[in-house]
Structure formats: structure tokens, C-alpha cells
Design a protein around this ligand. Structure first.
Ligand code: 6PG
Length: 474
């Protein structure tokens, strides 16, 4: 029997779908899993596919089925379970074998694992895979981190299984070690922001304007034909139109308002802050999920902090659409700035335009806007920021008054819109050459003699005439 080009370990939803995708593209693939009960079903599902899929109960058999040097894709949780697995399997590997982590890993772990395995002669790739089960089975977006020579070994497989945008595979090597997983993390951060901003518009329609889910569904479906066209807008329309088969109620109305989160959004915010960045739209989205989980507090809050309702909210579709578009551009701008900062800090040399290109299909944040983003990055971003890109001037400038109107009316009416507000604050700050940090600098100098720069002279370390009681001791 021919040896498999690649092994996939971990037959959860994503691992199984990727293995079938690989087999479908004609590559012989070996699979294994910790619990072996489901393996016959995977073999069954692979019947008739172009490539052989063999399933193996023991790790030894699994490894023996692979072409040498071996390439093993792990699709298991990327924290402690992967570390344990690597510790177990390492003695069975030979120098030159390749380990690929296809999970949602913390890029810090990826850098550590990459260094540890490379030191032992084992190649390592950290590979972010986006698109959920459907994407994994029929074409995900794949963000790869590792050495170029290593990627060359599996590039044909990766590009064959990836989604395509007008024929261009949505897969790329984005840099060494943790680059792929970092980009996937930021992808998820943008995903959080995008989802939260959509949910805030839904909240305005539902709570302030009294819209039914059906009516909102129609609006989102219509928006999916315009500048907001995206997978998330599309599924929002579908979700809002769905009925609960058990009760006949709109499905969305019987779902508890407590959002889960597995960590990638939080990691985006943590890494942004570590790099001296602030992705306010993503921060707001992560915070909103945390607040959503405080259901009991919110129930009590509704009782104890009741206020008369504010002025009626009246926002037309076009205003909401323009506001959401500007906010969405802001979320992407913040995500790209973060990627640029990380690329510089870790010397990854990430091609940001390529990132936008491989997000155009297959992944959860795929949207019409990404083709323009890729073009804008290729043209060169003024001061590195998407919000100043000539091709985004019209939606940002035109969307700003709409975003102000939405946030102002929401605030007056008592409807929370943290991510939209985060986007608005960022845009307002970035369109104001003179900020207020001169006062912050004065305060810092007053209590801590930290020094400041002056507007009228070169140099640093100037102090103010604060006198007695200041940190400078008068
Ligand atoms: C994707 C998704 C995927 C998954 C996230 C969701 O790109 O395919 O982002 O990775 O849905 O884990 O994360 P939360 O559970 O944190 O929402």
C-alpha cells in the first residue's frame, strides 16, 4: 500500500473535515485519534474520494503509514493536550519529521514549541485554519507560520485544500514560527469585533426600534448585497429568519444571551496591549462577551437601575449601514496595525496585503471589503493606517457622521453600543492633530517628574513650574 503523504491526528470536527478534504484532493492520508471508536466512520466517509484514507488505532501504526520524512498535522486542542501529545510522540519521531499544529494556538506557545522541536531536529509549522467545519471540509483560509523550506514540503497539499478567491488559493506562508497563529488570532479578534458590531445594530433594531427578527433578517439580507457583503452579515440574515422547530418562536429569541469565548479574542487584546497598541473595537467585543456572561448581575441591574426611557431612536437603514461600514473598516484598520506592530517586533515581515488576500474566501471574516483592503495595502497605507487609504476615504468620511448619529442616539436612548463607540472614539482621535495628552504629560511631570517634550523646542525631559507639593520636591 502507498504510504500517506500526511497524517492527521485528531478526528474532532475540524480534523476529520480536513482529512477528508485532503483525501478528496487526491493525497493519500493516514488518520488517528485518541479515542478510536469513530475511526470506521471516517474511513466510510472517505469512500470514493480520490486519495486513500487509512485509519490507525495505534500511534506506531499511524506513524508507520507515513511517507518519510513524515508530516503530521495535529488537530487537537493547542494547549496542554498538544504539549502532552508532543511529549509522547517525540521519542517516536526521527530528525527531519514535520509536526504541524492546525489548532487555534497561542502564538507564544507556537514560538516555544517551534524552538523546542527545531532544537531536536524536528520541523514545526503553526497553521491557523479558519472557516469552521464547512471551510475545513471544502476550503478553509490557511495562515501558515514556519520556515520556507519546511512549508515547501506541504505547500501543494495546503494550497489544494484551501479556499480559492478567483482561482487564487487562500493559503500562504506569512512568516516564521508564530506568524501564522498570530495572524489567525488577529483574524479571530476582527471576527469578534465584526460580530459584536452586528449584534449592536441588532440590539438597536430590537430594543430601540421595536423590529421583529424577521424584519431585521430582511435588512441584513439586503445589506449583504452592498458594501457590507460578508459571510457574517449573510449568516446574520439567515439566523434572524430561522424559527425554533420546537416552539415556533424566532430561534434567536430562545437563545440565552450569554456568549462563549475560547480565548483568541482575549489573546488579540492582550498581545495588542503588550505591543503598545489598542484595538478598541476588539477590546469592546471581548468585554461585551464577558459582560454577557454576567446574566444574574444584569437581571438585578435591570431591576435596580431602572430609568425612564430616553428619547425615541430613529435611525434609517442607510445611516445604520454607513455607520456599520465605517466601524468595520476601523476594526480591520486596528487589526492590520496590530499585525504590522507584531511583524516589526518579531521580525516576521508579514505581507499584510497577502493576509487580506487569503482572508477573501474560506474564513469567517471573508467579505467584499477585503479585496479593497488588499489593494489599499499594496498601494501603500498613509502612516500605515487603513483609515487614511484613498480608496477608503469615502466610506470613512461619509460614515463618520452616520456613526456619530448612531452612537449619539444609542447613548441618549440608553442602548449600549461599546464596539461602535470604540470605533467612533478611535476615528475621532485619529482625525484630530491636537489631542489632550499634553495635560497627561503635565500631570505625569507634576507627580513624578517624568518630563515632557515642548511644542516650541527640540528635545525631551523638560519640566513644568509645579513648585512645592509636586513630585520634583519644589
Ligand atoms: C474560524 C473561527 C474558529 C472558531 C473560534 C471561535 O476562524 O474558523 O474563528 O476558529 O469558531 O474558535 O472562537 P470563540 O469560541 O472564542 O468564539
Amino acid at each position: 500500500m502507498t504510504k500517506a503523504r500526511i497524517g492527521v491526528y485528531g478526528m474532532g470536527t475540524m480534523g476529520r473535515a480536513l482529512a477528508l478534504n485532503i483525501a478528496e484532493k487526491g493525497f493519500p492520508v493516514a488518520v488517528s485519534n485518541r479515542s478510536t471508536g469513530d475511526l470506521p466512520q471516517v474511513v466510510e466517509a472517505a469512500q470514493g474520494l480520490a486519495g486513500d484514507l487509512s485509519a490507525h488505532e495505534s500511534i506506531a501504526d499511524f506513524l508507520a503509514a507515513l511517507e518519510r520524512p513524515r508530516s503530521i498535522l495535529f488537530m487537537i486542542p493547542s494547549g496542554a493536550p498538544l504539549d502532552q501529545m508532543l511529549a509522547d510522540i517525540l521519542p517516536l519521531l526521527d530528525k527531519g519529521d514535520l509536526v504541524i499544529d492546525g489548532g487555534n494556538a497561542d502564538f507564544n506557545d507556537t514560538r516555544r514549541r517551534s524552538a523546542e522541536l527545531t532544537a531536536q531536529g524536528i520541523d514545526f509549522i503553526g497553521m491557523g485554519v479558519s472557516g469552521g467545519e464547512e471551510g475545513a471540509r471544502h476550503g478553509p483560509s490557511i495562515m501558515v507560520g514556519g520556515r520556507a523550506e519546511t512549508y515547501a514540503r506541504i505547500r501543494d497539499i495546503v494550497e489544494a485544500i484551501a479556499a480559492r478567491y478567483k482561482g487564487d488559493p487562500c493559503a500562504a506562508l506569512l512568516g516564521p514560527d508564530g506568524a501564522g497563529h498570530f495572524v489567525k488570532t488577529v483574524h479571530n479578534g476582527i471576527e469578534y469585533a465584526d460580530m459584536q458590531m452586528i449584534a449592536e445594530v441588532y440590539g438597536l433594531l430590537r430594543d430601540a426600534m421595536g423590529w421583529s427578527p424577521d424584519r431585521a433578517a430582511a435588512l441584513f439580507s439586503r445589506w449583504n448585497e452592498g458594501p457590507l457583503q460578508s459571510y457574517l452579515i449573510e449568516i446574520t440574515g439567515k439566523v434572524l429568519a430561522a424559527a425554533d422547530p420546537e416552539t415556533g418562536q424566532p430561534m434567536v429569541d430562545v437563545i440565552l444571551d450569554r456568549a462563549g469565548q475560547k480565548g483568541t479574542g482575549r489573546w488579540t487584546v492582550i498581545e495588542a496591549l503588550k505591543l503598545g497598541q489598542s484595538a478598541s473595537t476588539i477590546e469592546a467585543a471581548v468585554a461585551a462577551r464577558s459582560w454577557s456572561s454576567m446574566k444574574a448581575l444584569r437581571v438585578l441591574g435591570q431591576e435596580q437601575l431602572a430609568l425612564p426611557s430616553g428619547p425615541a431612536i430613529d435611525l434609517d437603514d442607510a445611516v445604520l449601514e454607513a455607520a456599520l461600514t465605517a466601524a468595520k473598516i476601523t476594526a480591520y484598520a486596528q487589526g492590520l496595525s496590530l499585525l504590522q506592530a507584531a511583524s516589526e517586533a518579531f521580525d516576521w515581515q508579514i505581507d499584510l496585503a497577502r493576509v487580506a488576500e487569503i482572508w477573501r474566501a474560506g474564513c469567517i471574516i471573508r467579505s467584499a471589503i477585503l479585496d479593497d483592503i488588499a489593494g489599499a495595502v499594496r498601494d501603500g497605507l498613509p502612516q500605515g493606517s487603513l483609515i487614511l487609504a484613498p480608496r477608503f476615504r469615502a466610506p470613512v468620511l461619509g460614515g463618520l457622521p452616520a456613526l456619530r448619529k448612531v452612537v449619539a442616539q444609542a447613548s441618549a436612548g440608553g442602548v449600549p453600543v461599546p464596539a461602535l463607540s470604540g470605533a467612533l472614539s478611535y476615528l475621532e482621535v485619529m482625525r484630530r492633530a491636537r489631542g489632550t495628552a499634553n495635560l497627561i504629560q503635565a500631570q505625569r511631570d507634576f507627580f513624578g517628574a517624568h518630563g515632557f517634550e515642548r511644542t516650541d523646542r527640540e528635545g525631551q525631559g523638560f519640566h513644568g513650574p509645579w513648585g512645592q507639593g509636586s513630585g520634583q520636591g519644589g
